[in-house]
Design a protein around this ligand. Structure first.
Ligand code: BDR
Ligand code: CA
Length: 314
């Protein structure tokens, strides 16, 4: 199985991504490293622990990450409800976070991977503060990373938090700048991709009908997401952002990508966090990412329905 670390800020869509990864034998979830993003770290950490319990994966170590972005004041998500998990009511977790923090863990574990050559894929579902910190302290860990598959940015689409910027990139543009300048191969799933995969009320019903406790919780999460986003954007439902990272790992054939150099605006207040792709090689710099331009949306939804049906008995 492919060893992955999931760096995230759960978050409704982060939670859906985690639950999908948990039942995918192709993936070996080595650890989860929550970060401040959709909610303060206390909440994203607690939500990650709760989702591990819900999914029956208390075996996966969870390391608490950074409390705030590198330089900017923290801002939090708008669509995830008061707890970050919509209206779902999960018991307080018995599972504890590991004593080692996320940045130390990333340095140690990726450092080891750099030594042994058994590289790890890093999934980034939130602001990139943890990995940027780790790279600044220990740049050698870059060679322990197979690739980064990240959700964030907006190229042809406008931003979802400001006119120009997607939430994860806006929260910590300096961290994103560090990561995109690191030379690590990146697969970028931006709003251009995630806005192609809209979860409609019909989809939510299909997930609810799988039956079982987990599918009901999942459908609750999705329904909250759906309503909230539909109210905000007047669209047919909520985009499936973070789960696309897992979908790409499981079924890259459902995606079309284009290679380009990505730059992160981290100086202009007006465009802070904007992602700029050098589609035509104007910068003279080598491409640093594969940007998903087209997604087979029905294929992705079918993939997730199949994955979540594995929870049926629970
Ligand atoms: C991203 O922002 C967060 O609210 C979601 O969890 C996702 O990672 C989408 O812009
Ligand atoms: Ca997220």
């Amino acid at each position: 199985a492919l060893p992955i670390i999931i760096d995230c800020d759960p978050g409704i869509d982060d939670s859906i991504a985690l639950l999908a990864a948990f039942v995918s034998p192709e993936l070996d979830v080595v650890a989860i490293t929550p970060v401040a993003g959709n909610q303060p770290i206390e909440r994203t950490l607690r939500n990650a622990l709760q989702i591990c319990e819900l999914g029956g994966r208390t075996d996966i170590p969870v390391h608490a990450g950074c409390h705030r972005p590198l330089l900017r004041e923290p801002i939090y998500g708008q669509f995830h409800g008061e707890t970050g998990l919509g209206n779902t009511d999960l018991p307080l977790p018995a599972k504890q976070a590991e004593a080692k923090g996320a940045v130390e863990f990333l340095i140690d574990r990726l450092g080891e991977a750099a030594q042994t050559g058994k590289r790890i894929t890093l999934c980034c579902l939130g602001p990139m503060t943890n990995i940027a910190m780790a790279l600044r302290i220990s740049p050698g860990i870059a060679s322990g990373i197979e690739r980064i598959v990240m959700m964030g940015g907006a190229y042809r689409e406008p931003g979802n938090r400001t006119m120009t910027s997607e939430f994860n990139m806006l929260v910590d543009p300096h961290a994103a700048h560090i990561v995109f300048s690191s030379g690590i191969p990146i697969v970028a799933l931006s709003l251009d991709a995630t806005h192609q995969v809209i979860l409609t009320p019909d989809h939510v019903s299909a997930f609810a009908e799988i039956s079982g406790r987990i599918s009901r919780q999942l459908a609750d999460l999705m329904a909250f997401w759906d309503r909230n986003q539909a109210e905000r954007y007047g669209s047919r439902g909520g985009p499936l952002h973070d789960p696309l990272v897992i979908a790409w790992l499981l079924a890259p054939q459902l995606f079309e990508t284009r290679r380009a150099r990505i730059f992160i605006e981290h100086e202009s207040e007006l465009c802070m966090g904007q992602t700029i792709a050098d589609w035509f090689g104007k910068s003279g710099l080598e491409p640093n990412a594969d940007i998903a331009t087209h997604v087979d949306a029905e294929g992705v939804i079918a993939l997730f329905l199949e994955r979540f049906s594995r929870y049926r008995a629970r």
